[in-house]
Design a protein around this ligand. Structure first.
Ligand SMILES: [Zn+2]
Length: 438
């Protein structure tokens, strides 16, 4: 091919691409409302001051949030922490002759919190952390010391509450229902706030599924879309069994179009080249306010970041408790950027992204209107968040009416480099959307 033919070929290719772009008349904006990024505020453990002091700040500012709550200790929950398996006395007896190994570790770990001795929890925690760090021999040895102390009577009899469970005292289903009615999201943080990676599968499923059932029975199906497995864990064994239980875990999302930067990671967002980045940041007592504010600034400097903020304690109760005055200042800063940031619950943002990534669009032109068909291939009952569409319209159109299923929206046309457009929300898998000059 000589130069002349190559340039002719390139020109033809350009024409084809250009024609496609013109015919792609409608697009789904990356974030609802065509914003620059999304922010989800999340709280773990349901510690009581989250509701006494942080929630009123969010109510005043009209900011939504997601609360991952421990369901077992809430009065009226059907399922409390327990060990499911052989009689515990049998397990204790066996430990006298059989050292802990990979065959019996998960059973012994599952039973450890229910032996009925003060101090057992500390051994359980230490052993689980060693296991999660891959130090299996240490994990087994610590488990052996626990059971040997139980056998020789050096631990005092009694039941103890974990810190997280004690800190939730005062939370009721009635108050949760009231807050859910105001738009706050509640989701499972398991029944007992346990180390999921060291439980046997029976006890793991109990923590996952029965916590879900209590949430479903008190609040409804909608609140079983997400969960957080305690300690922000990403351990492969915990994830293997937990991921199938919920459509999303805050711990780990495996959507191929999204990069996830979890709390502990130092990676800066923006360089991955993925459609979306979920950037989790945890505010602790070591985090200065300007650093927390810079996370918002970084989100605004890109167009693909979903900033997921993770908080625990408030005003002296809970892990890394922050004063509510600090949260107030920070939330005001977030709210100031409301025009550019989509502030939404964890599930709403996750659903929007998935719907958009699984959607198909078709825009038909008739003489005086555009007809848009919007579909996605996901479960229609679960994935029902309206998507924001951007439709390019004839230049002469100034005020536009958008109609779907008999409901009208009046929208003003705007301009960008590609032409005149209108922005509007539409529901996927519902009636055709008609866009017409008013
Ligand atoms: Zn937690």
């Amino acid at each position: 091919m000589n130069i002349k033919w190559i340039s002719l070929f390139l020109f033809a290719a350009f024409l084809i691409i250009d024609t496609n772009m013109v015919s792609a008349q409608t697009e789904i904006t990356k974030w609802q409302g065509d914003k620059k990024g999304a922010v989800s505020i999340t709280y773990d453990d349901g510690s009581i001051n989250q509701f006494r002091y942080a929630l009123p700040v969010m109510q005043r500012l009209h900011i939504p949030a997601t609360f991952y709550i421990i369901t077992g200790p809430i009065p009226g929950s059907k399922y409390q922490g327990k060990f499911i398996g052989r009689p515990i006395s049998e397990i204790i007896r066996e430990t006298a002759t059989q050292p802990t190994n990979e065959m019996n570790y998960f059973e012994r770990a599952s039973a450890a919190k229910y032996l009925g001795y003060i101090g057992a929890d500390a051994y359980y925690d230490k052993s689980a952390i060693a296991f999660e760090d891959g130090k299996l021999a240490d994990a087994y040895k610590i488990m052996d010391s626990l059971y040997s102390n139980v056998r020789n009577g050096s631990l005092k009899k009694g039941m103890e509450l974990s810190d997280e469970v004690a800190q939730e005292k005062g939370l009721t289903w009635d108050s949760i229902k009231k807050y859910a009615g105001e738009g706050y999201e509640f989701a499972s943080h398991t029944i007992t706030h346990t180390h999921m990676a060291v439980l046997d599968t029976t006890n793991m499923f109990y923590e996952l599924e029965k916590s879900k059932e209590d949430i479903k029975n008190h609040l409804g199906d909608r609140y079983t879309f997400t969960a957080e497995i305690p300690f922000g864990i990403e351990h492969p064994r915990a994830m293997k069994y937990s991921l199938p239980s919920y459509p999303t875990l805050r711990n780990l999302m495996t959507d191929p179009y999204m990069q996830e930067i979890n709390r502990g990671y130092k990676t800066q967002p923006g360089s991955a080249g993925k459609e979306y980045v979920q950037w989790q940041r945890g505010g602790t007592t070591e985090t200065p306010l300007p650093l927390m504010q810079s996370w918002v600034d970084t989100t605004l400097a890109h167009d693909n970041i979903w900033l997921v903020l993770v908080f625990h304690g408030v005003d002296g109760i809970g892990y890394e408790a922050l004063p509510h005055q600090l949260l107030d200042t920070y939330f005001q800063y977030i709210k100031q950027h409301n025009d550019s940031l989509w502030i939404a619950t964890f599930s709403d943002v996750a659903k929007y992204m998935r719907e958009r990534m699984h959607a198909s669009l078709q825009t038909d032109k008739t003489k005086n209107k555009l007809v848009v068909h919007l579909q996605h291939s996901l479960d229609k009952n679960t994935y029902n968040i309206p998507l924001t569409l951007k439709t390019y319209v004839p230049q002469a159109w100034k005020a536009v009416t958008v109609t779907q299923d008999g409901k009208h929206q009046k929208v003003q046309a705007n301009q960008d480099a590609k032409g005149t457009y209108v922005l509007y929300n539409a529901s996927p898998n519902k009636g055709a959307i008609e866009v017409a000059a008013k």
